[in-house]
Design a protein. Sequence first.
Length: 428
Amino acid sequence: MTKHLLIGQTLSYSGNPFSSAWEEVSHHSSRGAVLIDGDTIAAVGEADDLRCAHPDVPVTDYGDALITAGFVDAHMHYPQTGIIASWGKQLIDWLNTYTFPEESRFHDLAYAEEVAGRTLDLALAHGTTTLTSFCTIHPESVDAFFGAATARGMAVVAGKTCMDRNAPDTLRDTAQSAYDDSKRLLEKWHGVGRNTYAITPRFSPTSTPEQLEALGALWAKHPDCLMQTHLSEQLPEIEWVKSLFPECRDYLDTYERFGLLGKGGLYGHAIHLTEREIARLSEVGASVVHCPTSNTFIGSGLFDLMGLAQSTIRIGLATDTGGGSNFSMLRTMATAYEIAQLRGVAVHPSQLMWLATEGSASALHMSGQIGHLGIGAKADITVIDLASTPVITQRSARANDIWDALFPTIMMGDDRAIRDVWVAGRAV
Ligand SMILES: [Zn+2]
């Protein structure tokens, strides 16, 4: 196995800075190093120590740049890459005007492969080494995405989006075909290489009770798969769900009733939750995924990050592109900060960085494997230039510590701040 030593500033975590004091669980070295052995991180420590212990290993010295775990995007829609930043709609109109016409094109494998490859390359250019994506109803869209990720060595989560009502004819499957196609695709891709399959009903308005029940039965037979969907994003959506499922107690109940509430469930947005929904998500140890740039762009509302962080719900961070307006997890952290400010709380940069790496990995039940700068994790690593533009450089020059140096890049940085990216021990 080939070894490689990366030297620079390093940032790693030994715990959750929302439930423990961030000073105790975040670890910074101004002259640290990461030893890569094959596709895995073999050591993290001080540069001088690791250099002495491994004198013959090739070194890449990044100087003052910050070496962190690669960013983990816990919810996005790769088929919407081409329509990112489309103007003027809220959720339901957004889907009908922009999303559904574009998603209708993904029966074409060549088109799906082109967009999948472009999306993964854009993610890597922004320092994101894992994507969790919805595909379209077309099995071709799933094959294209897992194929493109495999070619790049990336760990990804994805699944065939299932919709059998309230969508155009070109984007409707049935309860039976959703079950059969999802089963075939998860048997083909789940656990193969770095691929994880997520059973994927888009959201309860576009699935009949029969389809939700079929997917719940499929998940019961394959409980090691994840399940991803959307939950309580916008108030008019919640009213619509109530009218479609009058017998359900709340939005979450439309999943719970059909076997789609569980520990491996990833619920995107989760902004307007009831007490019962929070209690149930906590009880089962499910994950909610915060998509801040999407929430402001589509006008959805203010996610209660600090409130939910007090519960046992796992919280991931995500771009939700193309409803989200940016591929950058830096920009995503910045908007998470701004939304929390509108709720009266200043989230610390250590907490923001944790969410974008360790938090998302925990939401995906992959703690210690990805999003982690520590021994035994896959060597998915992002190197951040803390002086990537003139305005950031003049601000970070007067920083007193790493957090003061990093925060301007979180707030104002983009893909220009990504100095280098390593995927499974290979520089890309
Ligand atoms: Zn979404």
